[in-house]
Design a protein around this ligand. Sequence first.
Ligand code: ATP
Ligand code: MG
Length: 504
Amino acid sequence: TNANLYALFQTRFPKDLNAPALVVPDGDTVSYGDLDKMSAQVAGLLSTLGVAKGDRVAVQIDKSPQAVALYLACLRVGAVYLPLNTAYTASEVAYFINDAEPKLLVCRPQAEQALFEVLKQTPNLHIMTCDGHKHGTLWVDVQSAEPWNEIAQVEPDDLAAILYTSGTTGRSKGAMLSHQNLASNALALHDMWGWRDGDVLIHALPIFHVHGLFVALHCALLNGSKMWFMPKFDVDTVIDLLPKATVLMGVPTFYTRLVDHPGLTKEAASNMRLFVSGSAPLLAETFSAFEGKTGHRILERYGMTETGMITSNPLIGDRVPATVGYPLPGVQVRVANENGDVLAPQEIGVLEVIGPNVFSGYWRMPEKTASEFRKDGWFITGDVAKMDEDGRVSIVGRAKDMIISGGFNVYPKEIETVIDELPGVIESAVVGVPHPDFGEAVVAVIVSEPGANITDATIQDAIKDQLARFKHPKGVFIVNELPRNTMGKVQKNILRETYNATFS
Ligand code: ATP
Ligand code: MG
């Protein structure tokens, strides 16, 4: 048998290969047969370039069917796919290239010159271009390449991809993911979320991140489903597509935008069977507003680059807002203290995970890898969590965001939850900043509703009976919006920098 993920996909392609795989609204339609052919042709080109099993292929191009074909071609030849956020600048890309040493970099035509400048000293690197349509040197050369219709033989632990983490808490780390990691997670999700004949996915996520590339794309490929393949999220287009689709996967920002849209109605969503949210916490308020407008309870799941998906709310059963549900089949989780002692239900600690989905380590960071794994193989996620008596998980925050003020541990989420419930508050982020007496001081950054008169005094007054004194913010700042990255994650590092000098 061959553990190659592409071999698994191929067994799941629809019988009629003319069935659509990727449909770009107002653009190309690519059938499953086309996708198979395109990936074989790109695989042929990769082989002529000398890209072999284990070689890295770095890719920073616009989301398109061509980009999917390139990913699948890498799987086919056993190369290691390394997608990069299209927002990264040339000098940021240079860091990843020097770290991962790929044989090939595929970039956008307009970025080629700048990348060439920063990478011209890099030995043995081919640079090719692809514009997400049929232009660019890669696509020109693909036309004349001899298709490679085979699928390289790989072992379950052979690498399929290196995905760099989002860099929310520090410098991005390259997570090494094997064919088995990806296949096991995709099969578990496909099963758990009840994928069935006739499902159609609205794919509006970027494909340089685990959510869009693995969770969304893999589920649909395993199901032989059609995907509405949007170059980027556009709320009007998503509203238009709802009647022609059954599944949407999104980050919380998608859902806040949808809730604000007048076109989001029960009727518009009546053909849909599943709305999934992840990558960042979904506000309970968004969950209820969405249910109010559509009757659908958003299914929230939790995962990370290093592990793929870890837990999910149930398809059948109660989807509880502000919780992330139960571990996926085959995956085990526990909440532990710093020493790795397992805590009792409801106690707060760090979530640890073990299973076939868990990565083998950070690329060329053996010490970092060793420090994030227990000796018996459990991976320490760095997410602060608690578990119910029945095993339902809630994410309370990140260990790195925990504040130690006057010797007390303060979990930002607890304070955020109280502030978010106050009238006139849309959302909040709580961070710790240096303080001469307390070590760190609690600072609350708040987005208020237009016209709401929220001040330091109203906040202090409203929370004084709800939270212990050491948790009260020593600084309150009202802002128009919180800084977020492409995946909708609040960038607390930016907030810490912004308010760093508040007490000095
Ligand atoms: P870095 O590791 O580089 O600091 P990152 O952890 O943000 O960045 P990702 O791997 O993209 O990079 O994100 C995984 C993290 O996203 C998880 O560890 C968790 O903190 C957060 N996350 C994902 N889904 C959820 C969710 N449903 N609720 C709360 N947090 C979530
Ligand atoms: Mg992380």
